[in-house]
Design a protein around this ligand. Structure first.
Ligand code: B3K
Ligand code: ZN
Length: 883
C-alpha cells in the first residue's frame, strides 16, 4: 500500500506487542497466478500490557476471509487502513484463521512469495511475511510453524519449508503435498518456502555431540557441477562454530537453495537458507578466486546466523546490527581462520578494512549517516547498510580487542546463557560482554548511538634524557544529520614502537602492567597522553595496529618514516597502511596538479618502496598484491574538500602508468614467477599467486603497447580458469589492443548459458575506461539485458554509476540523467534495488558547483516522480535535505 506521507518510525516509540503468537499453521496451494494461503494462528494477550487491540500487518494481499475463534469477521469487526489490520477488544486467547490470495507471478519486488524461472521462493526479512498473510510481522513475536505445501507434482516436484519434513504424498489429482514442522520458535521474517524443479547435492555429517545431520545444496538442473564448494564451505562453517564458539547445529536437516532472482546476497531462514546463485555456484570455469572466497564467507555468514540472529534474535529492527554486525564479525574470523597463516589473516583484515573505507566511511560522512543502532527510519530495507554490517562488525571486533579472545568467548557464552530463545537489544550484548569480564563498558555504548567516523589525531614527544616517549591522542567526530555534537568514544588504539633497527621495542607503558611489543591504549577522553618509559632513541610509532578501531588516524609521518614502516613494521596491516598513506599523498598531489593545469611528475621514492615490496620473496604474493594496489578513486575523493572525478582519474592513471614504466622488468618477473601450473585450486596460496600475477598484468597493461597486448591476449586464449581469463579480458578491455572486441565477443559466446558469467561480462564493460553513457545505453539493448533481474541490473547499471566515476560524472550531466531514468524505472519494479541505486548521488554536495547543480536536478527529478516507493523517497529525500 503506497501512501503519500510514509511515517518515520522511532526507536523510542517501541512498545511490546499486545498479543503473542504461540503457534502458526499454514496451508499453501501454490499457483503462480493465484496462490491461496490459509493461516491458523493461536494468540495470547501479553499480560505485561493493557492493550487489547490485536494488530496485524498486510501488504498487497487479497483478504478472502478472517475468522476469530471460529466466527467469520464482517468488515465492521476490524479496521483495515494503510496495511494495518486492527481488531479491537479481542479476547485473551484467540485463534485466528485468515485466508489470503496472492499473485506470485506479478511480484517483481522479490519480497514475500515470488516466482523465479518458474519456481517459487520467499523472502521475508525484514517485512515480507506481511505480503503472504496478515500477521503481527515484527521480530519480537516468535512462534512455532507447521507448513503444508500443495502443488502440481510435475511442475513443482520439490516442496521445501523450514525445519523437518513430517509427511509427503500424492493428492491424486496430479498434485502432491509436503508437510513441514519447525521445532524452534521463530519470528516471521525467518519463514521460508521453496517449490519447483530443483536437484540437490547432499551429505550426512556427524556433529560434535554425535548427532547426525543431513546437509543439502539445492540448485536448478544442470548446476550440480557447481555445488561442491558451497557444500565444503557449509561443512567447514559447522566445524568452525563448534570449535571456536562451542555452538552446534540444532537441526537434523540444513538446506541451502540457490535462486537467480534475489535482492541481496542470501537469507538465513531457519534450516532453509536461500541464496543468490552468485554466492553458491562455483567451478573453475565460471568462478574467480574472489567468487570462491565470497561463497565461503556468505555460506558461513548465513550458517552463523543460526545462533546469532535465529536462536537469539532482534527485539526490533533498530537492533539489526545485533545480529548483522556480530555475524559479519564471525564470518570475517571464519574466513581468516580458513586461511590459517598470520599473513593470510592480515590480507583478509586489509580486505575488510578496504571495504569499510571505500563504502562505510563515505556513508558515515553523507546524508544517510546513521548510528550502528539507528534511532529512526522510514523504510527498514534502506538500513541494511555498510554501517549496520561492516561498522557493526568493527564494533564487535573492538570487544575482542579490549577483552581478548578468551574474554570475548566468555561474553558470548553468557549472551547465549541469558538470551537463548529471546528477542533482545544491542545493549544486552554489551551487558553480557561487560558482566562476563567484570568490565565497565558504559561509555562503549556511544559506538551504537553516535554516527560518524571518529578522527584521532596523534602527536608525540620524545625526551632522550628522561628516556620517555609520550603519545598524545585527541579525538573528535564530525556532525552527522540530527547529531551536531558528539561525546568521546571508548577507542582501543593498538600501538607499537619501532627502534632504529626496524625491530619492535619492548614496551613499558607508565601506570600499566601491559607487556609486549604491541599495547592497546584505551582512549576514553577528548585528549589523553600515554607515556612509555625506557625509550632511549627516537622510535617510529606504529599506530592503530591491525586497524584496532574504525577511525581515521592522523599522524604527521615524514615520507621516509612511511618507507621505513613499509619495510619493517611487524604489524602487516600497518606495513600495508604505510604504503597506502604514501601513495595517497602522491595521488592527492597529482590531482591538485591536474586541477591547477600543471604538469604531473612523480618522484622515484614511492616506486622504489613499492619495488622493495614487489620483489621481497619473504612476503606472501597475496600481501604483495594488496600492497601494490593503489587507493581507489573513491578513497581519494573522500580526502578532498571538493571532488573532481576527472582529475582524480587522470592522476591515478598517470601514477599507475609511471609505476608500470619504472617497475616493468620487476612486474614481468612477478608475472613469470607466480604462475600456477596444474589443476586449478582456489586455496589461498594459489589464489595469492594468481592475484599478484594478474596485478602485474594489469600494471603492464597500462603501457598499452604491443608486448602488453600480447601478454594479455595469450593469457586470455590459454586460461583454464575464470580468474585468469577474466583478468586477461579486463586488461584487454581497458586498453587499445587489436584483439579487444574479438575477445569480448568470444567471451560472450563461450558463456552465453552461464548467467553469472554474463553478469561479469556486462560489469567489465560498464566499468571500462572508454565506456560512456551512450555505450551503457547500447548495452541495455542487448538481448541478455534485463532490468528485472537484480544481478543483471547491478552488473550493468550499478557498475557504471558506482564503478566508473570519470564517465558517470561526465561534465554534461548525461550520467545523472541516465541515473534518474534508471532509478525511476527500477522503482516501479523493485523498490529495494531502486533505493540502492538512488544512493549513488549521496555525496553530491561535495562536487564542484557545475556537477553539483546537475546532480541536484537529477535528485529532484526522481523525488518528483509519481508513485515513488517509500524506499526511494526516503533516500532522495534525505539526500536533498541534509546539509
Ligand atoms: N539477513 C539477510 C538480509 C535481509 C535483507 C532484507 N532486505 C541477509 C544477511 O544479512 O545474512
Ligand atoms: Zn546477515
Amino acid at each position: 500500500m503506497r501512501t503519500d506521507t510514509s511515517p518515520t518510525i522511532y526507536r523510542k516509540d517501541y512498545t511490546p506487542p499486545a498479543y503473542w503468537v504461540r503457534t502458526v499453521e499454514m496451508g499453501f496451494d501454490l499457483e503462480p497466478s493465484a496462490t491461496r494461503v490459509a493461516t491458523r494462528m493461536t494468540l495470547e494477550r501479553n499480560r505485561a500490557g493493557r492493550d487489547r487491540t490485536l494488530t496485524l500487518y498486510g501488504e498487497e494481499l487479497e483478504l478472502v476471509q478472517i475468522r476469530l475463534n471460529g466466527k467469520a469477521l464482517g468488515k465492521n469487526a476490524y479496521a483495515l487502513k494503510d496495511g494495518v489490520l486492527r481488531i479491537a477488544d479481542a479476547p485473551e486467547r484467540v485463534t485466528l484463521e485468515i485466508e489470503t490470495l496472492l499473485r506470485p507471478d506479478r511480484n517483481t519486488s522479490l519480497m514475500g512469495l515470488y516466482v523465479s524461472n518458474g519456481n517459487f521462493f520467499t523472502q521475508c526479512e525484514a517485512e515480507g511475511f506481511r505480503k503472504i498473510t496478515y500477521f503481527p510481522d515484527r521480530p519480537d513475536v516468535m512462534a512455532t510453524y507447521k507448513v503444508m505445501l500443495r502443488a502440481d507434482k510435475k511442475k513443482y516436484p520439490v516442496l521445501l519449508s523450514n525445519g523437518n519434513l513430517i509427511e509427503q504424498g500424492d493428492l491424486g489429482d496430479g498434485r502432491h503435498y509436503a508437510l513441514w514442522e519447525d521445532p524452534f520458535k521463530k519470528p516471521s521474517y525467518l519463514f521460508a518456502l521453496v517449490a519447483g524443479q530443483l536437484v540437490c547435492q547432499e551429505e550426512k555429517i556427524k556433529l560434535k555431540s554425535g548427532r547426525e545431520a543431513l546437509l543439502q545444496v539445492w540448485v536448478e538442473e544442470g548446476n550440480l557441477d557447481k555445488t561442491q564448494h558451497a557444500m565444503d564451505s557449509l561443512i567447514n562453517s559447522i566445524r568452525w562454530d563448534e570449535e571456536r564458539f562451542g555452538l552446534e547445529l540444532d537441526l537434523d536437516r540444513f538446506m541451502i537453495v540457490a535462486v537467480g532472482d534475489f535482492n541481496m546476497g542470501a537469507m538465513e531462514n531457519k534450516g532453509l537458507n536461500i541464496f543468490n546463485t552468485k554466492f553458491v555456484l562455483a567451478n573453475p570455469r565460471i568462478a574467480t578466486d574472489v567468487d570462491y572466497g565470497n561463497i565461503e564467507a556468505v555460506v558461513g555468514h548465513e550458517y552463523f546466523h543460526n545462533w546469532t540472529g535465529n536462536r537469539v534474535t532482534c527485539r526490533d529492527w533498530f537492533q539489526l546490527s545485533l545480529k548483522e554486525g556480530l555475524t559479519v564479525f564471525r564470518d570475517q574470523e571464519f574466513s581468516a581462520d580458513m586461511i590459517g597463516t598470520d599473513s593470510g589473516r592480515a590480507v583478509k583484515r586489509i580486505d575488510d578494512v578496504r571495504v569499510l573505507r571505500q563504502a562505510q566511511f563515505p556513508e558515515d560522512a553523507g546524508p544517510m549517516a546513521h548510528p550502528v543502532r539507528p534511532d529512526s527510519f522510514v523504510e527498514i530495507s534502506n538500513f541494511y547498510t555498510v554501517t549496520i554490517y561492516e561498522k557493526g562488525a568493527e564494533v564487535v571486533r573492538m570487544y575482542q580487542t579490549l577483552l581478548g579472545r578468551d574474554g570475548f568467548r566468555k561474553g558470548m557464552d553468557l549472551y547465549f546463557e541469558r538470551h537463548d530463545g529471546q528477542a533482545v537489544e544491542c545493549d544486552d550484548f554489551r551487558a553480557a560482554m561487560a558482566d562476563a569480564n567484570g568490565r565497565d563498558l558504559t561509555q562503549f555504548e556511544r559506538w551504537y548511538s553516535q554516527a560518524g567516523t571518529p578522527r584521532v589525531v596523534a602527536s608525540v614527544a620524545h625526551d632522550a634524557a628522561a628516556r620517555t616517549y609520550a603519545i598524545t591522542l585527541q579525538q573528535s567526530c564530525p556532525s552527522t544529520p540530527g547529531q551536531k555534537t558528539k561525546q568521546p568514544f571508548h577507542i582501543p588504539v593498538a600501538v607499537g614502537l619501532l627502534g632504529q633497527d626496524g625491530k619492535d621495542l619492548p614496551l613499558k607503558l607508565r601506570g600499566s602492567d601491559l607487556q609486549g611489543t604491541t599495547v592497546v591504549l584505551e582512549l576514553t577522553e577528548a585528549q589523553q597522553t600515554f607515556v612509555f618509559d625506557g625509550v632511549a632513541d627516537l622510535p617510529v610509532p606504529s599506530l592503530l595496529r591491525n586497524f584496532s578501531a574504525p577511525v581515521v588516524l592522523e599522524y604527521d609521518y615524514r615520507d621516509d618514516e612511511l618507507a621505513f614502516l613499509m619495510a619493517h613494521d611487524s604489524d602487516p596491516f600497518n606495513r600495508w597502511e604505510a604504503g597506502q598513506r604514501l601513495a595517497l599523498r602522491r595521488l592527492l598531489a597529482l590531482t591538485a596538479a591536474v586541477r591547477a593545469g600543471g604538469g604531473m611528475a612523480v618522484d622515484p621514492a614511492l616506486g622504489e618502496s613499492l619495488r622493495l615490496t614487489l620483489t621481497d620473496d619473504a612476503l606472501d604474493p597475496a600481501f604483495r598484491e594488496i600492497a601494490l594496489t593503489l587507493p581507489s578513486e573513491t578513497v581519494i575523493a573522500e580526502q578532498m574538500d571538493v571532488i573532481d572525478p576527472q582529475a582524480i582519474h587522470q592522476a591515478r592513471r598517470f601514477l599507475r602508468h609511471a609505476l608500470a614504466q619504472a617497475l616493468r622488468a620487476d612486474l614481468v618477473d612477478a608475472y613469470r614467477n607466480n604462475q600456477t601450473p596444474g589443476a586449478y585450486s582456489p586455496d589461498a596460496v594459489s589464489a595469492g599467486k594468481r592475484a599478484l600475477k594478474n596485478l602485474a598484468l594489469s600494471y603492464i597493461g597500462e603501457l598499452d603497447d604491443a608486448a602488453a597486448h600480447a601478454l594479455a591476449q595469450t593469457q586470455c586464449d590459454g586460461a583454464d580458469n575464470m580468474t585468469d581469463r577474466f583478468a586477461a579480458l579486463a586488461a584487454l578491455a581497458n586498453g587499445s589492443a587489436p584483439g579487444r572486441a574479438a575477445a569480448l565477443a568470444r567471451f560472450y559466446q563461450d558463456f552465453e548459458d552461464e548467467p553469472l558469467v554474463i553478469d561479469k561480462w556486462f560489469s567489465l564493460q560498464a566499468s571500462a575506461r572508454t565506456t560512456d553513457v551512450a555505450a551503457v545505453r547500447k548495452l541495455m539493448q542487448h538481448p541478455a539485458f534485463s532490468l528485472k533481474n537484480p544481478n543483471r541490473a547491478r552488473s550493468l547499471i550499478f557498475s557504471f554509476c558506482n564503478g566508473n566515476p570519470s564517465q558517470f560524472h561526465a561534465a554534461d550531466g548525461s550520467g545523472y540523467d541516465f541515473w534518474a531514468e534508471q532509478v525511476i524505472a527500477l522503482d516501479a519494479l523493485n523498490p529495494q534495488v531502486a533505493a540502492r541505486l538512488a544512493r549513488s548521488l549521496d555525496r553530491w554536495r561535495k562536487y564542484a558547483p557545475a556537477l553539483r547543480d546537475r546532480m541536484r536536478s537529477a535528485l529532484e527529478r526522481v523525488a518528483a516522480a509519481p508513485a515513488l516507493s517509500k524506499d526511494t523517497k526516503e533516500v532522495v529525500g534525505k539526500s536533498l535535505a541534509a546539509e
